[in-house]
Design a protein around this ligand. Structure first.
Ligand SMILES: CC(C)(COP(=O)(O)OP(=O)(O)OC[C@H]1O[C@@H](n2cnc3c(N)ncnc32)[C@H](O)[C@@H]1OP(=O)(O)O)[C@@H](O)C(=O)NCCC(=O)NCCS
Length: 340
């Protein structure tokens, strides 16, 4: 068992040096994976957050400070702590010592002292390498985190290779947002995502699509452009003989670390109109819109339990690229030590 010290780091230069050493065995740090995190993106994010926010930056070193055993960041926002991506970052040779859990426990003590009692973290790992998430998942569970909501899947389509054909649905018309209010889009979302027991079983955990008051906030943020460019033509409503039957909303994020892409924020067809090819017609339109704005890829996420959507996306050329798992823990005074 190596002897170690855990300290707070006060300078960004030092923290980045430790972080770079600690990330050495993290899969996306070692090799570039399309759409995954990248080293430069993270360095930019860490630098920005270090300057702006009152966060926690920990390093575990050997007693003589010559060896870096691991690092852990905790970002504080609205009284919630979020662990840095893929952190604690610990080189393989120091994993499964007590250093990893000790970094988390040190962070818990600091958060308690600062009255931050909720802690979250998210793992996004490649669908074809699920084992890359194992070490963190075991560590989080050992430290008392519980998985929050179902696992998610991110899917990607290469729009240069995705061949789609005009819709065969008769009397189907697609209109832009100019003709429909945000409140109406909230009605459509509730109807498509949360009006049947089957749909609520899939989406009920996600207030962004199953609760009106949350949904309107998300739609306002998309419309304002908070996530990227979202002109009225990226908001389509499907009318079947003048009756609304479904909708799609997309945006084009400005990201320098990923190839140009659009994001399908939501797509829904009302339950009684499904399996007629309406979602196919809607996604075809949003793909045309993405291409018009220079996108090569379309990116979308859905819960792993959403089998209809997963079959739909895969049928039209999307492939699963990442799986997502969210974890959460509420701190109490009784849980200072990891379970054995
Ligand atoms: C996913 C959803 C949008 C699909 O809408 P839809 O209009 O029924 O889809 P389409 O008729 O265009 O289906 C196209 C193809 O997708 C696949 N598909 C769609 N729904 C399916 C289902 N329930 N089971 C199996 N395959 C399905 C089929 O291959 C289908 O082609 P086929 O009918 O010729 O076999 C719809 O089920 C829905 O609104 N669900 C609730 C909201 C939601 O989950 N949105 C996606 C979240 S990201």
């Amino acid at each position: 068992m190596p002897e170690y010290d855990i300290k707070q780091v006060q300078s960004i230069e030092k923290f980045l040096k430790y972080w770079t050493q600690a990330m050495i065995d993290t899969h996306w740090f070692k090799e570039h994976i399309l759409f995954h995190y990248t080293r430069n993106e993270m360095i930019e994010e860490i630098t920005k957050e270090f300057a702006e926010l009152d966060n926690l930056y920990l390093v575990a070193t050997s007693k003589d400070a010559k060896e870096i055993f691991g690092v852990l960041r905790v970002k504080i926002k609205e009284n919630i702590g979020t662990l840095g991506r893929w952190e604690p970052a610990v080189p393989v040779k120091f994993r499964n010592t007590e250093v990893d859990a000790a970094l988390i426990q040190k962070a818990f003590s600091w958060l308690r002292a600062n009255n931050v009692l909720k802690v979250k973290c998210l793992l996004r790992y490649p669908s074809d390498k699920p084992e890359t998430g194992n070490w963190h998942i075991i560590l989080y569970e050992k430290c008392g985190f519980k998985q929050k909501g179902p696992e998610g899947v991110m899917l990607l389509a290469d729009l240069f290779k995705t061949e789609m054909f005009p819709s065969k649905v008769k009397n189907l018309h697609l209109v832009n947002r100019d003709e429909v209010s945000l409140e109406e889009f909230v009605d459509f979302t509730m109807k498509a995502y949360a009006s049947t027991a089957e749909d609520r079983a899939i989406h009920g955990f996600d207030p962004n699509v199953s609760r009106r008051e949350k949904n309107i906030k998300v739609l306002q943020a998309i419309k304002r452009g908070n996530f990227g460019f979202s002109p009225p033509e990226c908001w389509k409503v499907a009318l079947l003989e003048k009756e609304v039957v479904g909708f799609v909303i997309g945006f084009v994020p400005k990201e320098k670390y990923r190839p140009a892409h659009g994001v399908v924020a939501s797509i829904g067809v009302f339950p009684e109109f499904r399996r007629k090819g309406i979602a196919y017609a809607l996604i075809n339109e949003i793909h045309s819109c993405f291409k018009k704005y220079g996108c090569r890829y379309s990116y979308v996420g859905t819960p792993k339990t959403n089998h209809p959507a997963l079959r739909f996306y895969q049928k039209i050329g999307y492939r699963p690229v990442f799986e997502l798992r969210s974890f959460e823990k509420t701190l109490t005074t009784l849980d200072n030590f990891p379970k054995q």
